[in-house]
Design a binder for this molecule. Sequence first.
Ligand code: PEP
Ligand code: MG
Length: 344
Amino acid sequence: QEVFERQRRELFTMRQLEPMTRDGKYITLHANIELPSESEKVTDFGATGIGLYRSEFLFLRNDAPTQDEQRDAYRYILETMYPCPVTIRTLDAGGDKLVSGITAVNESNPFMGWRSIRVCLDREDIFCTQLKALLLANTKENLRLLLPMISGMGEFRRAKACIVKCRKELEAAGKKVAKVKIGVMIEVPAAVMIVDKLAKEVDFFSIGTNDLVQFTLAVDRTNELITDMFQPHHPAVLSMIYQTVQAAHREGIPVAVCGEMSADPLSVLLLVGLGVDELSMTPWSVMSTKKIIRSINFEDVRDSALTVLQMDDAESVNSFMRGKYAQTIRDLGISSFVGQVDSS
Ligand code: PEP
Ligand code: MG
């Protein structure tokens, strides 16, 4: 408790400092939230925006929330955070998040089943209610709308067409609708394979590493029998992230990572080195991540990231990264917040 208190006090003193590497590379640090009320606290932890609001948590009840209820919940977050940006992900139901009355319960492979954007495109009534609520909530123009589980251009274009249709209907009813940025989650390997095409049509990417690792390595993220095979540092995963960053930067759009990797110290070094612009994580991890970023040189972690991309397996990547950085991270005195570096 004493160690935790000391580390917490020290981290809080750096809340206002910039998340900038020693050689001047700024990394945006945002927070992931699941409840609108969490938005009240995220700036206290040093986050400058919300990188992922998992809107499906609003749907975890017996009846679907109405358009007005949704609009109020979204507006609350957007107004609380203003002028900071807020990324709200549209309904990502299914997989491990069953929503009563919406998602099928008897699928043999729910993570690859009728879920997420697939449900929304099949059930336009649910999707359009949410989209209209989001557009109406965006009075301060700080909304970034994020589409989950996109696996093809057709899917993205159909979702975008729904957004355009909802905007037109609202305008025809005399409502004023502000501009909104539209991004997609990169969490299905197919999206990485067509990332050049996606980059030409979206405003930003957010990489969902929890699902990207699961689908790239064919390792169920919830199956305890194979937890040691869930390897975010597998070169195949790192290469997917790198390809995404390169395609995005060619088109001048930013890339965020909003999966668990964003808060793991060695992963932070790899993600920054691979060129990711923004990291989004649980609010509590923002300060320790800032401390890590302020202690490194971008040039150095970029060289390390390019080196590990050539390696054969996650074990080699981990031993290289630990050998080079574990002591530096231990010396930062953030162990209560990031766990043991040796176990990443
Ligand atoms: C992810 O897949 O990394 C992600 C952020 O989404 P979720 O964990 O909600 O599936
Ligand atoms: Mg996901």
